[in-house]
Design a protein around this ligand. Sequence first.
Ligand code: ATP
Ligand code: AMO
Length: 434
Amino acid sequence: MQDRTYTEDAEPGDDVTVAGWVHEVRDLGGIAFLILRDATGKIQVKFEKDEMDDDLVETGLDVARESVIRVSGSVEEEPRAPTGVEVTPEELEVVSEADPELPLDPSGKVDAELSTRLDNRTLDLRKGEVQAIFEIRAEILRAVRKEFRAFRATEITTPKIVATGTEGGTELFPITYFGEEAFMNQSPQLFKQLIAGSNVERVFEIGPIFRAEEHNTPRHLNEATSIDFEGAFCDAHDAMDVAEGIVKAAYEAVNENCSEELEALGLEDEFEVPEGDFPRISYEEAIERINATGELDEQLVWGDDLPTEAEKALGDDVGGHYFITDWPSEIKPFYIKDHDDDEQLSTGFDLMHPRMELVSGGQREHRNEHLIEGFEQQGLDPEQFEYYTKMFKYGMPPHAGFGLGGERLIMTILGLDNIREAVLFPRDRQRLSP
Ligand code: ATP
Ligand code: AMO
C-alpha cells in the first residue's frame, strides 16, 4: 500500500501525506481552501496565497473537481474547518486529472436520475449516502453469516449453470453449454436440499439467482442475491424461527454498527429494530383479514395467490413483519411438503415486510414416492431430476428451509424506493451493462 494517511487519522501536529479526490475548491481571495475526500471522510487543505509557493497554489486551485491528488503537509487544529483540522500543504501532486464535464455531481448538490447514477456508478459511489448503502449491505451480510454460524449452519456455494430449473419454466435464462441447452440457476433449492440430506445437516448460501422475469418493478431484479437456508430435522416452524432470527440480526447489526452510515442516509432518528415475535398468520386467516379491509375490488377466495394490493392491505393491517403460513398446496412448488392430515394444505410460508414479500420457505417433501408424484402433478418430468430424486432413496431426513431476497432485505431495512439502489450493477430488462 502506498504510504499515506487516511483523512480520519490526520491529527494536529502530524506531518502527513493524504490522497484522494478534489471534493470542492473555495477561493476567497487571499486565502483558498480545497476539500480533499477519501474513503474515510474529508479534510481541508489551506492555501495562503501570499505566503506560499505560487506554483503550489496554482496547481491546487486550478485542478478540476474529482481529480485525484496527493498532498503532503502539516496538520493543524482549525475550528472553522469542516472536520476541525486542516493541512497546510508543502507538496501537491495531481495524480489523475478529471474531465471538468462530470456526468453527475458527486457532491450531491445536483440530483441525478437513477439511470444516470447507475451508468456512472464510480462517480455515484463518491456520494456519502450511496457509499453508506453499500457499507450497510456489507455489514448486513457479515451479521447474517455470523447468525447462521450460531445456528450451526455451514456456508456452501452451488452451481449457477444448471440443466433444469426449479422455480417455473418461464423465468429461466437459457444458455449454451458446450452445444447443450443449459440455464442460469433460479435458486439453489435442489442443491441445498441434497447437502442438508448429508451429515452436514444445516447449510446456508449467499449467492446470485437469475430470474428471466419480464416485468419491470421497483422490487424485482433479473439477477438478485439470495440468502438461502436448509436444515435437516427442521420443520416449517423451525425454518421460520431461523428466518426471523436472520432478519432481526440484520437490523440489530445496522443499529449497533452503522450509526455514521444511518446518519449519512438521514435515518438516525427513525431507524428501529423490529420488536417482539413476528406473527404467524395462516393463509386462510390472511384472506379473511384482507377481505375485511374492504381495500380490494374483488373478494379473495381460498386458492387465490395474493395480488400486490392484497399484500399491501394486509401489511397495513398488521403494521410490521409477519408470516403467512399453510398456503394452498397447488400454488406452492413441488418440493414443498403438504400437511400429513390435509394434502390441500402445504407447509409453505412467506415472510412479509409490510411493503413486500421477503422470504419463501417451507418443509420439504422428503418421501421419494410423494416427490415423484409432485413432479408429475406440476407437469415436470421426474427423469430430468433423477440426480436429485435418487438421493431421496438413501436416507433423506425431514428438512425445511427458506430463501430470503438479499436486496429486498436491504431495501426494506433502509426504506429505499427502488431495489436497484441496493445493488452496485443491477440487471433488469433495460440494463445489461455496466
Ligand atoms: P412469485 O414470483 O411467485 O410471485 P416472488 O418471490 O417473485 O414470487 P413477489 O414478486 O414479491 O415474490 O411476489 C409476486 C407479486 O408480485 C405478486 O403479488 C404479483 O401481484 C406481483 N407482481 C408480479 N408482476 C408484477 C408487475 N409487473 N407489477 C407489479 N406487481 C407485480
Ligand atoms: P422465491 O422464488 O419466493 O423462493 O424466492 C425467494 C425470495 O427471493 C427474493 N426474490 C427476488 N428478489 C428480487 N428480484 C427477484 N426477481 C426475486 N425473485 C425472488 C424474494 C423472495 O421472497 N426456492 C425458494 C425458496 C425456498 O423455498 O427455500 C425460492 O426461490 O425476496
